[in-house]
Design a protein around this ligand. Structure first.
Ligand SMILES: [Zn+2]
Length: 506
């Protein structure tokens, strides 16, 4: 009698940080500790059933009859350079948890791909090298990656296979987590032999959503390769331009099953598809005043009763920006935009003042603008405190569905025709949960404003009569060629019009 095959043991964990090195405020150990730093069963409790990479990994392990061994997961909001101490502590905790996990058949990590720590330009490449060294050459090590990865040779070399998401908004994170575990199980059973080919495409271009236009064409090209027989995964890495390291740029990646020539062919084909479309990647968007004027016109002509959504894409906390920029809000208040709400500004002091004053009070405030010139001047207002909350809600958006968000003390303020939410914490607005928390039904508003570059579209675009994106010159402005990179590898398009179409990975 046999008990059947032994259950495969797959460790799950990771470190996720998208590092904007142009933001002066560093990401410290305290920042990471205050964010998601979860081990063991707490990791499972927080992420099982959520629409995240970890949620997908846990679901696939259960579906395939594997034993998921929760290690350590550290994830913080995008922000400035990770301190050496913070990275050492997070990596050490993850490596210790893997060492303590007992015999492992595979390791599946959720990583970002644009992490930079003080002294470590390639956080993920460094981490994968250390995990590989610890578990040895025979244990499969799989990692999911964000589409905004600055891909490096070290990441490719030290992972058995990489599983980047294909969509921006990243509504396929959960599917990538599932895929990573499926591939890990296949590798552990000796059924799959992933071989990876990747090309660096020297582009310094702003983030490009994949729900339309050139981004959708590229996504379709990657999906077509992913569906080919013998191909295990295919994706574009768009790169993360708000970072100044040599690896900044785009890349194409194809993982084939044992067929190196097929992977090489795919990487060449995808790199060519991207390079041929490069002229369409830069974007120009209206400034705050022009965007508000466009919103007024859209409200006047709107027919279906849905709100006009106004996105301040250039002050996106999801790209590391402080989220306290005032330019769009100032223009909305000045234009007396009718029946408008803004969710939200990161302003801990304003939230505290509102809580001290109480609901119904009228208070004088200098809103936002504290992080520096990129945020614009603080906005001096007299505001009515409409509603106070604890800033806690569950995400509705497919990318983070079910995840608990805690922004700390928050408040809904009324300034003339505009209502604005101020929160103590920092994150981008993905969906309407923060509005609902403050009693605002966005479906009944004429204008809904928020700070996010593209992720918001997955939730709001189907619910809006029009979407208007404003570039107010903040820290995630699309004018990435003006950021002043100094360590970027050259030549790179469009700074160098004669840049070659591909180059080796950094
Ligand atoms: Zn991303």
């Amino acid at each position: 009698m046999s008990d059947g095959p032994r259950r495969l043991r797959v460790a799950v964990g990771g470190i996720v940080h998208e590092t904007n090195t142009f933001i002066p405020r560093p990401t410290t150990l305290a920042t990471l500790r205050a964010a998601d730093w979860l081990a063991g069963e707490r990791l499972v409790a927080a992420y099982r059933g959520t629409g995240t990479e970890l949620g997908g990994m846990l679901a696939a392990a259960e579906r395939l009859g594997l034993e998921a061994v929760p290690a350590v997961y550290v994830a913080a909001e995008p922000g400035g350079l990770v301190s050496a101490e913070a990275y050492a502590a997070a990596a050490g905790a993850l490596l210790d948890a893997l060492a303590a996990a007992g015999p492992l058949d595979a390791v599946c990590l959720a990583l970002h791909g644009a992490g930079v720590a003080d002294g470590v330009d390639d956080l993920e490449g460094d981490l994968l090298a250390r995990v590989r060294e610890q578990v040895g050459p025979s244990v499969p090590v799989l990692a999911t990656l964000d589409l905004h990865t600055n891909l490096t040779a070290a990441m490719v070399a030290h992972a058995t296979a990489l599983v980047p998401c294909l969509r921006y908004p990243h509504v396929d994170f959960e599917a990538c987590g599932e895929r990573a575990v499926e591939l890990a199980a296949g590798c552990a059973r000796g059924e799959l032999r992933p071989v990876t080919a990747a090309r660096s495409v020297p582009l310094l271009t702003p983030p490009t959503a994949t729900d339309g236009g050139v981004g959708a064409e590229l996504r379709a090209a990657a999906e077509a390769w992913r569906e080919r027989p013998g191909v295990l995964h295919a994706a574009y890495l768009h790169g993360f331009p708000f970072t100044d390291v040599p690896a900044v740029g785009a890349a194409a990646l194809v993982v084939a099953d044992g067929d190196a020539a097929l992977a090489e062919q795919g990487a060449d084909a995808l790199a060519d598809e991207l390079w041929r479309r490069r002229e369409r990647l830069p974007v120009e968007r209206p400034d705050a005043a022009a965007a508000v004027a466009a919103a007024l016109r859209a409200v006047a002509t709107g027919e279906n009763g849905r709100p006009v959504v106004l996105a301040e894409v250039s002050d996106n906390p999801g790209g590391g920006a402080p989220g306290d920029g005032t330019r769009l809000l100032r223009a909305m208040v000045a234009a007396e935009l009718p029946d408008a709400c803004f969710g939200f500004l990161c302003d801990e002091a304003a939230a505290a003042a509102a809580h001290a004053a109480g609901e119904g009070a009228r208070i004088a405030l200098r809103l936002g603008g504290a992080s520096g010139p990129a945020a614009g001047e603080p906005l001096a207002v007299e505001a009515e405190v409409v509603r106070l909350t604890d800033g806690r809600f569950r995400a509705l958006h497919p990318m983070e569905r079910g995840r608990q968000v805690d922004l700390g003390p928050s408040a809904l303020l009324r300034i003339g025709t505009v209502e604005v939410i101020v929160a103590s914490g920092r994150t981008q607005t993905l969906d309407e949960a923060i509005f609902a928390l403050h009693g605002v039904d966005v479906a009944r508003r004429a204008v809904v404003a928020l700070k996010s570059s593209a992720h918001y579209r997955a939730w709001f675009a189907p619910r809006a009569s029009a979407v208007i994106e404003a570039d107010t010159g903040g820290a995630t402005s699309a004018a990435v060629e003006r950021l002043g990179h100094r360590r970027l590898r050259r030549p790179v398009w469009p700074l160098d019009p004669d840049a070659p179409p591909t180059r080796p990975l950094a």
